[in-house]
Design a protein around this ligand. Structure first.
Ligand code: ADP
Ligand code: MG
Length: 694
């Protein structure tokens, strides 16, 4: 398991916690008062009674009623950890796991990482003292690989189950088996009001418990005409509320980091202008929140403020985080959704309308402490005609390669018999099996190969885990650099390009070019990582070079985590000074994402024929002539299809490693040759599967 450090007590205490401990007594009193007012607190004894009498309980309660923060503490106080068992609480989102564990540690008056800890991918803040462990559902799923009966735990709270994240759904399926073997294990599924019945039915009409609570009426207003620019409309609406309405905080729903940032900047700008002409205008505290926002900034949304707050959030604020004092909601009606795009053969994040259930959830956020108002930036017609009643569960709309790999590892041979809450489409399962087969993780019978088994130990995408594993093979021996590449691909983009200053932009561009390794964006990443280290991992060095310090620090952490897994898998960590070998190794794992030069910056995907562009900032432009063949890490969709992270490769390598797809011809590589064979092989795979099933 990733970074399962026995004891993390040496971690430095974050500033937040330190400040809290100084005001220990005062803070605890206030917090206790606050806790006592929560509906969950008032239902405590009844809830605990139901839990003691049942193995599976579905707990339903309004958002903000205290399900997430209180139930784990009740279980703890009730003695469910007495014999060393852990209380595990899963969250579909990393931000929520982090923020909530912090809150609970404060409520309990303990240091985060001691009795209360959290674990998210590449980051483990638990210790041997930890009794309440918050984690993403992905982490618990990984733990189930090494500990199939989850023996460490006495209770599991599957929080936010209504979100129907892929990992939550898979875990629920696994629990069917686990619960029959571990009669002592409690499973508590918490859900906002939607979907609760379905969970109960899934576990044989499990007991339901509803936390009584009151909400206030929220007046909902629709836009009269369809909105063109949702950022501009949101800004306008927020300012209108701020200028005209009585006190109360504002919550605005956007889709992701970019539009949140634009909204915040635009708000700032317009308010500054307004303040120039009106010095009685009260300031507005503008607070963004999205998953990649650094933790210290995330925590700010909960702090008391003298002024009106305006939180601009992704759908994280729909149910997983509750900010008190919200009276106004501005809802764009949109969200970013991961959708599998069969044409591109990959998941893409698309901006899509939310469902009606989510729209109601969003407006409900205004009525927690008193009557509220919700401004919907879409028409009533759109709501009635363009929105689904309920969101589509993730399992039915994403690539399942990773999931299938894990299920195969758990010896779920027959996927048709796995208890899915909602079944994924059969084509998605087949595509995933096919992709895994291409990467050598499955054999012709759909069984896990030795390579596939190794791959399932890495908490990353199958192509990347394959890359790590083969990099230690004798042929390549470049695992040190490849670990760096994978770590650098796992962090947000590292280049800073100042927004509004043309001169600074040119400076940052020329510095970036200085770092570039002409043949490869991947090697450019290695170069930067190595320079960051040899320059002492300093923040000053980063800002001088227009690089994100925090991201690079994270890359170093991830590097060490991945190295640990490599060691535990008995994979040698070796450095290779010949960077051509590294390119070859990249080709051996990403041959399925290869493209041939067409003209200018244009390439054509060798398998699908899709036209793709080289990104204007690609290192390859440093080569003079662009290379004939490249592999790429991912596609970016910004109007056009851009390849992101591109490396030049030899045609010969493509034929060598990707022989299931490509063959060499005089004119170059062709993929047609193998098409028939590939389809035949795959048809056999599916046929064998069917035999296994029947
Ligand atoms: P639920 O899970 O039922 O939606 P929560 O347990 O998340 O409810 O929230 C209960 C209360 O705790 C809310 O009033 C919320 O504002 C408060 N709360 C949660 N996290 C924090 C935090 N980090 N700082 C301050 N208050 C918080
Ligand atoms: Mg919650």
């Amino acid at each position: 398991i990733l970074g399962a450090k026995e004891d993390a007590t040496e971690d430095p205490e974050p500033k937040e916690g330190g400040k809290f401990l100084d005001q220990h007594t005062y803070g605890r009193q206030a917090i206790l008062q606050q806790r006592k007012r929560l509906p969950a607190y008032q239902a405590r004894s009844e809830l605990m009674k139901v839990i003691s009498e049942n193995q599976v309980i579905v707990v339903i309660g309004e958002t903000g009623s205290g399900k997430t923060t209180q139930i784990p503490q009740f279980l703890y106080d009730e003695g469910y950890c007495k014999y060393g068992g852990l209380i595990g609480v899963t969250q579909p989102r990393r931000v929520a796991a982090l923020s909530v564990s912090k809150r609970v540690s404060e409520e309990m008056g303990v240091k985060l990482g001691k009795e209360v800890g959290y674990s998210i991918r590449f980051e483990d803040r638990t210790s041997s003292h930890t009794r309440i462990k918050f984690m993403t559902d992905g982490i618990l799923l990984r733990e189930a690989l090494v500990d199939p009966e989850l023996d460490k735990y006495s209770c599991i709270v599957m929080d936010e189950a209504h979100e129907r994240s892929l990992n939550t759904d898979i875990l629920l399926g696994l629990f069917k088996r686990i619960l029959t073997r571990r009669r002592d294990l409690k499973l508590i599924i918490t859900s906002a009001t939607m979907n609760a019945f379905k969970f109960s039915k899934f576990f044989g009409n499990a007991e339901q418990f509803t936390i009584p609570g009151r909400t206030y009426p929220v007046e909902v207003m629709f836009s009269a005409i369809a909105v063109q620019d949702y950022v501009a409309s949101a800004v306008k609406q927020i300012i209108r509320v701020h200028l005209r309405s009585e006190p109360g905080d504002i919550l605005c729903f956007m889709t992701g980091q970019e539009d949140i940032e634009t909204t915040c900047e635009e708000l700032e700008k317009q308010l500054m202008d307004l303040m120039k002409s009106d010095d009685t205008l009260q300031p507005l505290e503008i607070l963004p929140i999205y998953s990649t926002l650094p933790a210290d900034l995330q925590a700010k949304i909960f702090r008391k403020s003298k002024f009106r707050k305006c939180v601009v959030a992704t759908n994280i604020a729909e149910t997983s985080l509750t900010v008190d004092g919200i009276r106004f909601v501005v809802d764009t009606g949109l969200m970013k959704l991961k959708v599998y795009n069969p044409k591109l053969g990959m998941d893409t994040l698309q901006i899509t309308p939310i469902s009606l259930a989510q729209a109601n959830q969003r407006s409900g956020r205004a009525g927690r402490t008193g009557p509220g108002l919700c401004y919907r930036l879409y028409t009533q017609y759109a709501a009635a005609n363009e929105m689904f009643a309920e969101p589509i569960p993730e399992i039915q709309r994403t690539n399942l390669s990773n999931t299938i790999l894990l299920l195969k590892y758990l010896q779920v041979e027959d996927l048709s018999k796995f208890p899915f809450l909602d079944r994924p489409p059969i084509e998605t399962i087949n595509t995933a099996q096919y992709d895994l087969w291409c990467l050598g993780a499955l054999d012709n019978f759909g069984r896990l190969t030795a390579l596939g088994k190794k791959m399932s130990n890495f908490p990353i995408d199958p192509a990347l885990s394959r890359l790590l594993i083969i990099s230690s093979f004798k042929q390549f021996q470049c695992s040190k650099e490849v670990i760096t590449i994978v770590a650098m691909l796992s962090i947000p983009p590292i280049f800073v390009r100042p927004m509004h200053d043309a001169a600074l932009q040119r400076r940052s561009d020329s510095i970036r070019e200085k770092f570039q390794v002409a043949e490869s964006d991947h090697l450019t990443l290695v170069n930067i990582f190595n320079l960051f280290k040899s320059n002492g991992c300093k923040e000053s060095w980063c800002s001088k070079n227009f690089l994100q310090y925090k991201s690079l620090r994270r890359a170093i952490e991830i590097h060490s985590q991945l190295s640990q897994i490599m060691k535990s898998q008995k994979l040698a960590i070796l450095s290779n000074p010949d960077w051509d070998v590294i390119r070859k190794c990249l080709c051996a794992s990403f041959f399925h994402q290869a493209a041939q030069f067409k003209k200018h910056g244009e390439y054509v995907n060798l398998r699908t024929g899709l036209q793709m562009k080289l990104h204007p900032t690609a290192s390859l432009y440093g080569m003079g002539d662009l290379p004939k063949y490249v592999i790429y890490h991912e596609l970016l969709l910004t109007g056009r299809e851009y390849m992101n992270y591109v490396t030049a490769v030899d045609g010969e390598w493509l034929c060598e490693f990707g022989e299931i797809f490509y063959a060499a011809k005089e004119k170059g590589i062709t993929s047609r040759e193998n098409q028939a064979r590939r389809e035949r092989d795959f048809a056999r795979l599916i046929e064998e599967q069917r035999k296994l099933i029947s």
